[in-house]
Write a protein that binds this ligand. Sequence first.
Ligand SMILES: *[C@@H]1O[C@H](CO)[C@@H](O)[C@H](O)[C@H]1NC(C)=O
Ligand SMILES: *[C@@H]1O[C@H](CO)[C@@H](O)[C@H](O)[C@H]1NC(C)=O
Ligand SMILES: *[C@@H]1O[C@H](CO)[C@@H](O)[C@H](O)[C@H]1NC(C)=O
Ligand SMILES: *[C@@H]1O[C@H](CO)[C@@H](O)[C@H](O)[C@H]1NC(C)=O
Ligand SMILES: *[C@@H]1O[C@H](CO)[C@@H](O)[C@H](O)[C@H]1NC(C)=O
Ligand SMILES: CC(=O)N[C@H]1CO[C@H](CO)[C@@H](O)[C@@H]1O
Length: 394
Amino acid sequence: MPLSFLLLLSLIPPSSLVMGGCSNYDPVKKCPKESPCCNNGWCSNNPRFCSTGCDPDNSYSSKSCYPTPYCVNLFDNFDAPKMINANNFSGNPNNYDWTSDFTPDYASYSDSNLLLSMKYDGVNKNSVGNYQGFGSTVSSTRWMEYGWITAKIKTASSKLGVVSSFITRGLQGDEVDFEWVGLAPSEVQSNYYWQGVLDYGHSTHHKIGSDSSADYHIYEIEWMPDHITWSLDGKPLRTLQFEDTKASNGSFLFPSGPQRIQFSVWDGGMAAEGTANWAGTPTDWSDKSRVYTMSVDWVNITCYYQGNATTTWPPDGYGPDTTTNGTTPYQTLGAGNPTLGGPGGGNVASNYNATIPPSESAAFQLSQLSVALISLISASAIVSISFSFKHGNL
Ligand SMILES: *[C@@H]1O[C@H](CO)[C@@H](O)[C@H](O)[C@H]1NC(C)=O
Ligand SMILES: *[C@@H]1O[C@H](CO)[C@@H](O)[C@H](O)[C@H]1NC(C)=O
Ligand SMILES: *[C@@H]1O[C@H](CO)[C@@H](O)[C@H](O)[C@H]1NC(C)=O
Ligand SMILES: *[C@@H]1O[C@H](CO)[C@@H](O)[C@H](O)[C@H]1NC(C)=O
Ligand SMILES: *[C@@H]1O[C@H](CO)[C@@H](O)[C@H](O)[C@H]1NC(C)=O
Ligand SMILES: CC(=O)N[C@H]1CO[C@H](CO)[C@@H](O)[C@@H]1O
């Protein structure tokens, strides 16, 4: 039997947004049946726009959204990764294991490695007025809740400012992280976030013993309902017990809920002060043609709850109603959509808004925020999202 439950994904729930409709369509009305309430509160029938962050509660019916595709075991040695640019992804997890989330797209593969690169962008300044590197982010198309993820990685963090990461991340702002910064190339940091709360006290630094950008190492996240263990080359570095996350109000601030697996490289060194000091600054762009690259030799994903790799997509009865021609204009990517211009530190620049899927842009900003002490976030990224999540049958 699939276990299903409802997740309330409230980053910062302004009460006016919690009740009622799809926020950018109509504050009190649900979206029409041909266009569910998609990222950040926009009605759309564009599968690309709606493949993450669709909100059935504010859509016509509970099945108007495509369901969240669930984790299936995957050992990928990146001989020929099933990867597509997020702009071209229909949402069908059977066709692709990974999306590359930004355009220009600097993720690729070569010699059985997934490569995530960052290049200098001399055209667009970031929010603190600096030119910066434009990096890359690759996300799994399926969502895990608990499991084991092991990856053999050589980071891009050879110089000040270059941030590499291997994390899990949920839409609600929960994360389990491995991060490397150019400021300390021989260290890896373990970290976690709960519901997007910017608590900077969770990070721990671990010595690797050599430069993470010079050699491959095997990093493992064991994310269980009662603990998380971060390991390096088969040796545990740190264990966080569920009980240890109890806040004074009794809540357990422990990462849970469906999360995607992500690898990314971005420029922290040219970002706002907090991020830059953390990552090392300035980033070395003395050679503007320089490319910083992280290599992932393989990843092994083992799911705590198993999804179904062969479920027909979309499952019967799910998705926007295509049998009617609605009278409401669809809100699709492009003009009129929320501009989620990135704060410094990420590879999100406002000039790329037309090609950045809002949810990913928002999520990405959230992670930047989580390290950056930046308080800029678009109100449209703060809508409360809920969706039902089934283990096992999708
Ligand atoms: C999407 O696919 C089209 C057609 O194959 C291709 O021309 C385009 O470059 C792709 N877009 C991205 C961002 O990869
Ligand atoms: C408990 O405390 C945490 C962290 O201080 C806070 O984010 C959370 O909202 C609180 N939970 C409740 C139910 O008030
Ligand atoms: C992947 O990880 C699982 C769980 O640790 C392990 O049982 C399996 O042997 C690994 N697969 C490969 C190909 O290494
Ligand atoms: C997986 O999906 C396929 C196709 O929809 C179905 O035939 C099969 O019974 C499913 N398997 C499980 C274990 O649910
Ligand atoms: C919807 O409208 C388009 C364009 O007018 C038409 O081609 C299509 O057949 C219509 N679909 C339905 C289901 O009525
Ligand atoms: C590249 C691109 O289309 N950028 C647009 C981002 O959004 C702003 C505000 O809507 C537009 O002015 C830009 O042209």
